[in-house]
Write a protein that binds this ligand. Sequence first.
Ligand code: 5MM
Length: 331
Amino acid sequence: MTISTATDLHAVAEQMTSGGRGLLAADESIPTMSQRLEAAGVTASDIARRDYRQLLLTAPGLAATVSGIILCDETFGQSLTDGRRFPEAAHELGVLPGIKVDTGTVACPGVDGALLTQGLDGLDERLESYAARGAAFAKWRAVLSVETLVPQVAEGNAAALAAYAAACQRHGIVPVVEPEVLAAGSHDLVDSARATRMILEAVFAELDRAGVDLSGIVLKPNLVTPGLDSQQVSPRTIATVTYDVLRATVPAAVTGIAFLSGGHPTHRVTAALAELNRIEDAPWHLTFSFGRALVNDALATWEGSPAHVTAAQRALLANCREAAGAAGCGC
Ligand code: 5MM
């Protein structure tokens, strides 16, 4: 087993979230990725998924704006066309490789429509293997909705996130702790703030109970926004409300907070992130861990054609620069 000190974990969390760089979430599960490829006119296969992730990782100069890339198990074990394994290539390109270790969701007993994220079975063995193969960090996502988030759901998901985070740290891997309150729906800003606050309170109570070193985690929350089907508010309002919720729930010992994009358009989330970084004296680094907000343009441009790789990479890099600029990168 890889043994890392608390200082190592903190140093990696710092490297992941400081200087305006952030994370590229490219860890869609096989069904999700296949569906997104097919929607973009690309026939889904392991090779197509590999080619697409290769396009992302090898975008020239990606490391100027992206500190880490989150991969799923399939990609983590695949090789680029030059023969290098993805984690090895990522390290060589200056991008830390991370691995999604949750195994998806099941229905939460007793609460209609609510979900519990799974993946603790065999987690120690999997973490040992991922660490040996170069994983610097891991990710686990709890999937929550405003409508079904009651204390029982918050506590169940928070306990699993904390058990995962403690296991990661035992293996010298920085846990990205992702409690996502979904943006889908027509809820308002107040509903989103209430739900986000409830899950973050539960998460930090459980992390404390599990003895997790907060300086060696990265928190990946949603921005507090109205639902995607509701009237939107200004980036300044998103930032103010999000910051208030975070200040009330997230201890200052946490090194970095890297937001998910949640299906919002790129400009909306980068504008909110820029406003968040205008707030003085935030105790944590505030950056991005976006999936769709970074990659949607690249995927639409690529169309599975080798002739479009360069243009797709340019589209990705433009979004990464916009996000990193919002996080304070001088790039
Ligand atoms: C990239 O998508 C991740 C995995 O999704 P599935 O397991 O559902 O296929 C997802 O966890 C992602 O990391 C977060 O939702 C953030 O992505 P967005 O697109 O919301 O920024």
